[in-house]
Design a protein around this ligand. Structure first.
Ligand code: MN
Length: 135
């Protein structure tokens, strides 16, 4: 990859313990303008976020070691993540999660199962919105 391409690509961190879901997201976004980083549980997600400073984070709610809400809460405490789009991945069955996510440090949510055709647009909506503070 050329240096200029590296600069233009947004870094996207996907934190998802389910391998199939994680690989699906990566497959959908592979040919788009993202540099993809993967984390497999909450602790891994927090560590990779701090180390890699992603521009956008897709964060599963239900994760081993540290849940999505706790990861989001920890990230929002850090100055560098105050404006970063952090999008919750919520299971359809967990209806209350969507409302809760909007009050829990997340910028928004994307419902699972992931819609292959809609995902890129759903993410772009947050990227275009830029970095904004979530109270
Ligand atoms: Mn999960």
């Amino acid at each position: 990859m050329k240096e200029t391409e590296k600069v233009l690509k947004k870094k996207l961190l996907i934190v998802e313990d389910n391998q199939d879901s994680r690989e699906l997201v990566i497959k959908i976004l592979r040919n788009r303008d993202y540099q993809l980083i993967e984390a497999v549980d909450g602790e891994d997600g927090l560590e990779k976020a701090i180390a890699e400073q992603p521009d956008i984070i897709l964060l599963d709610i239900s994760l081993p070691k540290m849940g999505g809400y706790e990861v989001a809460e920890n990230l929002r405490l850090r100055e560098e993540f105050k404006y970063t789009p952090i999008i919750a991945l919520t299971a359809h069955a967990m209806k209350g999660d969507e409302e809760k996510a909007l009050h829990g440090g997340f910028s928004g949510y994307i419902s699972k199962p992931i819609n292959v055709r809609e995902l890129p647009g759903q993410i772009e909506k947050y990227v275009e919105g830029g970095r904004y503070k979530v109270e």
